[in-house]
Write a protein that binds this ligand. Structure first.
Ligand code: GRF
Length: 188
């Protein structure tokens, strides 16, 4: 039987879409049992809907504090008994309590060769610094932002004509391969 995974998003949802396609294959070890978005207008919600995947919007502004927001999130996730929680463009920082609740089960994809370029605007910063390579990294989520143990990484060459937009497109293509592949490896 396929294991459950929960995907947390905040925006476009292209990584979510790549996991959905992979999970639709018979031999993939997991299915997405729930998508949660921290943002009501996330395009990724439409992708979940189109694919008939249960989805919720849980926005922090609906709660009086972050603790209550996360308690709601935890409650919804626990019900799925997930083997993995995959952050895919999820833009909120998770608390220690949340991370400990799902110890070693939360992973994220980040558009840089970690430990370089943690945080936002990775492509812009890599180009500005004159880096020869960029890439993407799948890592465990810990309390340190983009700082958990690296699980998989893929490197691509930055061409002199690359802009943050072209580089982002190139890296994203790799993200869509490496993320489902890593999930498959972890759960097989
Ligand atoms: C991706 O570049 C991912 O690496 C980063 O956020 C972006 C999400 O894109 N964490 P999408 O919502 O999956 O299209």
């Amino acid at each position: 039987m396929k294991k459950n995974i929960v995907v947390l998003i905040s925006g476009r949802g292209s990584n979510l879409e790549s996991i959905i396609s992979a999970a639709n294959k018979k031999n993939f070890p997991a299915k997405i049992s729930l998508v949660i978005s921290s943002n009501r207008s996330a395009l990724g919600l439409k992708i979940a809907e189109k694919n008939h995947i249960k989805n919720f919007v849980v926005e922090q502004k609906e709660f009086s504090n972050k603790k209550l927001y996360e308690e709601d999130l935890i409650g919804k996730i626990v019900q799925q008994d997930p083997s993995l929680i995959c952050l895919a463009g999820y833009m909120k920082i998770l608390s220690k309590k949340f991370i400990n609740k799902f110890k070693d089960k939360i992973i994220n994809i980040h558009p840089s060769l970690l430990p370089d370029y943690k945080g936002l605007n990775t492509h812009e910063r890599a180009i500005q610094a004159g880096e020869k390579y960029s890439g993407c990294t799948v890592h465990y989520v810990t309390e340190e932002l983009d700082g958990g143990k690296i699980i998989a990484q893929e490197r691509i060459l930055i061409s002199p004509s690359d802009t943050p937009e072209t580089l982002s497109r190139k890296v994203l293509e790799r993200e869509h391969i490496i993320y489902p592949k890593t999930i498959e490896l972890l759960l097989s």
